[in-house]
Design a binder for this molecule. Structure first.
Ligand code: ZN
Length: 339
């Protein structure tokens, strides 16, 4: 089984002793894209704005933490062949998401990366993470230790289903040192990124379970099995009407809404700039914010276009999936396909 072409260009030789292969890099987060678009189109006075904006910031911080771990892993000079995957979503008896995964010929290690500042207490029964902020505010979160333990079980199951036998370990990484662990979890190791290389070394003596060709086969299987996470539209997640969002085509030159359709292009009434493809990003945003199925009328309403044949041409140009004809056609967006 060969590695898909899209990933072939990210194969990198970064060590003298062996190949380091990044099996999968982090993709753009659709969730972050949706929250960012929501913030752009919500009024700052909307009661939902603080919540959506806080979610966006927290997601950005989380992604920055995962990138930090990815960078540490990239710099390690491993003495054995291995593959690294970031942001994998797989399905065993249930769907599970792995922040980072290291697979070698002897073992595999799952990283659960967290970015929760303050004093942290890992509770066991029931599993929970309690955070005390500097201002004494107390918050509860799902336990990342329980989450990584569950991911280990599910990944073991995924491997067994494919006849692959390799030990699976899991570790929680706290991305930033401002996180203080008051009470650590009993079973799961919690690390700061700098300690990752030392921690991994303790697994090096484990016996090899398969050859490098099998490692390639597993890599291909993981890439094929990955299911990108497509979040529900924001309106559905937060149970809000579509009317809360500003309509109109966004001018990326001056940031104002309401570009007008001119022949073969769009023009901004404020800064007068034109953009032939300005509608594409906004149609994509509609699918992230409002719904999974778009009609000609939805398109006209969101882009502020009066004429159905114009909306039809714009939608057809996007190469969306669709059923039905002309005005009655319903369009779907495949987020995995680049426009
Ligand atoms: Zn403009």
């Amino acid at each position: 089984m060969s590695i898909p072409v899209s990933y072939a260009n990210i194969l990198a030789r970064s060590s003298r002793r062996c190949y380091q292969i990044i099996g999968k890099i982090r993709e753009e987060s659709f969730n972050l894209e949706a929250l960012t678009a929501a913030c752009t189109r919500l009024s700052k006075n909307d009661p939902l704005y603080p919540l959506i904006s806080a979610k966006q910031l927290s997601l950005e911080a989380g992604i920055a933490g995962e990138d930090r771990v990815a960078e540490i892993l990239r710099q390690i000079s491993f003495p054995m062949e291995h593959r690294i995957f970031h942001d994998l979503t797989l399905k065993a008896s249930e769907t599970f998401q792995i922040d980072s995964l290291l697979i070698t010929q002897a073992f595999s290690l799952i990283f659960e990366v967290k970015n929760i500042s303050g004093k942290l207490t890992f509770k066991e029964d029931p599993p929970q993470l309690i955070r005390v902020k500097e201002n004494a505010q107390i918050d509860g979160f799902d336990s990342p230790a329980a989450q990584v333990e569950r991911n280990v079980e599910l990944f073991q199951e995924w491997l067994q289903q494919r006849g692959i036998n390799i030990p699976v370990f899991g570790v929680v990484v706290l991305a930033y040192p401002k996180q203080i662990v008051d009470v650590a979890p009993k079973k799961t190791k919690v690390l700061f990124p700098k300690l990752i290389p030392t921690y991994i070394k303790k697994f090096y003596p484990l016996p090899k379970k398969f050859d490098s060709k099998t490692l390639d086969t597993i890599t291909a299987k993981l890439i094929q099995a990955h299911q990108p996470f497509i979040p529900n539209p924001i309106c559905q997640t937060y149970n809000i009407p579509k009317t809360v969002f500003q309509t109109g085509v966004l001018c990326t030159f001056c940031g104002k809404f309401g570009m007008t359709k001119i022949k073969k292009s769009w023009q901004c009434p404020s800064c007068k700039e034109t953009d032939r493809l300005a509608h594409q990003k906004d149609i994509r945003v509609w699918f992230l914010l409002i719904g999974r199925k778009m009609t000609n009328s939805d398109c006209r309403e969101f882009l502020r276009v009066d004429d159905p044949p114009t909306a039809y041409r714009l939608l057809q140009s996007m190469k969306l999936q669709g059923i039905g004809v002309f005005k009655k056609r319903i369009y779907y967006m495949d987020f995995n396909k680049k426009i």
